[in-house]
Design a protein around this ligand. Sequence first.
Ligand code: ADP
Ligand code: MG
Ligand code: MG
Length: 876
Amino acid sequence: MKKKYCYLFTEGNANMRELLGGKGANLAEMTNIGLPVPQGFTISTEACTQYYEDGRKINDDIMAEIMEYVAKMEEITGKKFGDRENPLLVSVRSGARASMPGMMDTILNLGLNEDVVEVMAKKSGNPRWAWDCYRRFIQMYSDVVMEVGKKYFEQLIDAMKEKKGVTQDVELSADDLKELATQFKAEYKAKIGEDFPTDPKEQLIGAVKAVFRSWDNPRANVYRRDNDIPYSWGTAVNVQMMAFGNMGDDCGTGVAFTRDPATGEKKLMGEFLTNAQGEDVVAGVRTPMPISQMAEKFPEAFKQFTSVCKILEDHYRDMQDMEFTVENQKLYMLQTRNGKRTAKAALKIACDLVDEGMISEKDAVLMIDPRNLDTLLHPQFDANALKKAEVAGRGLGASPGAACGKIVFSAEDAKAWKAKGEKVVLVRLETSPEDIEGMKAAEGILTVRGGMTSHAAVVARGMGKCCVSGCGDINMDEDNKKFELAGKTYREGDYISIDGSTGNIYDGIIPTSDATISGEFGRIMAWADKYRVLKVRTNADTPADAKKAVELGAEGIGLCRTEHMFFEADRIAAFREMICADNVEQREAALDKILPMQQSDFEALFEAMQGNPVTIRFLDPPLHEFVPTEEAEIELLANAQGKTVDDIRVIIASLHEFNPMLGHRGCRLSVTYPEIAKMQTRAVIRAAIKVQNDHPEWKVVPEIEVPLVGELREFNTVKKIVVDTADEEIRSAGINLKYEVGTMIEIPRACLTADEIAKEAEFFCFGTNDLTQMTFGFSRDDAGKFLGAYYDAKIYESDPFAKLDQIGVGRLMKMACELGKSTNKALHIGICGEHGGDPSSVEFCHKLGLEYVSCSPFRVPIARLAAAQAAIKESK
Ligand code: ADP
Ligand code: MG
Ligand code: MG
């Protein structure tokens, strides 16, 4: 049977999101439940993938089917493309499976040409409307289809407004708009070298191709990478009859949420513009009015709209984000979707929906995007400092959180300054999708124009980034990189603080303080803990980190990197003496100085973890990382050891390696210098004995982890040192202490020989940073140089150091688990490394049947939630 590529809105439903995209599936669903939706059809995501497979061409079959559906649509609407009596105008709208607001393109009013516009002007008696549609169409089509920059057109509009002495688009007359349309077409011809297309079907095909193409535009690619959306999905295209919000003062267009997307409060929230088309609200061309005023302007349509809101919420059982248009007092629904929301709102809405009996606890857990929680865990302004701070201005609290940093005026500067290690706040007239990377780099975003649904606001909320929008009091001078607010001039590099919850803007620096888990956050996390199977530990090297992690729900330490303990000023000297020792005696003397320090560190960690498991990894990095580079320090070291500066230099030079990451590090250090492993074992065991004695109610079981093992005999060599030393300590203390010796699995050979290693190792912990590095054969410190080109060439879709490569590295992990358990039933296995806090990687670890994931303290709640979601999804 021939594949079907087109679906009327009456043929689809909400479950067909993969095929019809989110927008198309929901337009069909709204049609099915009897809501007023301008009719049309959806060209499927499979047509998009086919388009790319065919070398960016729409093949004959698909072309014929589109034309067939145009005819069907003409029949349903009673209008015809290019008709002199009753012309059909349509919008051509992108819509992927996952919503990607503002990332792809949409064209409105398609089907217009010189003849049709005259017909419309005459028949409606409203030439202003007809010419407004036409100029908008030429503008959008040129921008999207032919990729003529929109700024040329905006300049022409600005020039026209200036000539007419007006400030708003709506103040331009029919003749002004007509003249603009002529100018636009001339601009198009000048840039493209061809006349603007007049045949509506030709326009339609051009637009469909443009939407397909926009799937691959740079900002969409960045957005997908950030949001884990595969390139292979493709976008659908919706062809929909126009509803006109720009026909006069009894028309308008708006965007609304059934609950507040910033706080989650249950109340209608939204914005509305009279005599306008959809793009105007989002683009921030004019500052819209709050939705409540729509009740006064269009009481009938508003009443109908509020009832639609209830129907949709009850139907989808989630907060809805809707687009609608009122044409001559009549309401048309143009879009609905589960609304994007801040983390705070997400938690409140999920809890409220459970309390309202709309959803189950499990649904509530599934509803929260774990990556979003990050924002709640980030610092807020210090409450006392905030009370004293003076408000310099106020905008809309568009995306909560606190940001403090130096002012920059462009996305490029934000990126560049961030790369230099600066914290910046991006201040702009308004943002556009091209700014996305700059917004990511900034601590927060402040805009002069735009409302709660402006681009800046929507994107910032999605990123969990603080944003204050629409501060009209700012007198902006972008060209000279300065602005005025409350009588003061702010320049690039000046400090500013903004509060994305209140919309307040403060001059200077306001200190921040940490957030806590309470209220709705606590409720959701408790549900998550109820349903998850994976345990969540933390990577912590200091008692402070460990305490924070426990507060955030960590159930143990999965990785303590002992080398971090050596870098402190009073310890590095002893450590350097150890490195530069000439013989075992000298080395042991230096290690004796370090032992008590390590021991007290470990005691503090065991204390912080209150009897929960603590994995301590032995010294891992190559020794050259510790040696001094500065003259004065080299001298100091020489004096301490009774050596000459030259002696020390020779030692330092001898530590040089061509490939230190593959060099003398990890357990290789314990093989060559067993006294290091001995000292570390003593420190761990003595600390454990001390804490166990102090807290008989706890069960302290240290897990000693040998890094970088690739061979059983290598592991056994180190294990013997550990066991001999530990048993001697325990015997002489006369106590009964259990401890475990295991290994980091981070070398491919360890995965391949895991059955051998597991005969002796009591636990495995995947060190996926090194494992990824060694499996791919590139270093994570250098990958940045070429990964960009790999993304562009679609070789990789994401950074394998951030998101676990389940296909390659994952296969090694699976092999290691199976082999390991085949020879050691009691073997317990976890993962540490960045991936332990990445939701899709956590899901993978759940499926592998690991015992725990371990991640940095602030990612612990993310991992708890992701682990619960993995378990719930599996049980469904
Ligand atoms: P985005 O995904 O960027 O929101 P949309 O396809 O939803 O793009 O369309 C952009 C704007 O145009 C929205 O405000 C939408 O409501 C409006 N719009 C789209 N199609 C129509 C239509 N058929 N009639 C009136 N307005 C429309
Ligand atoms: Mg939309
Ligand atoms: Mg490692």
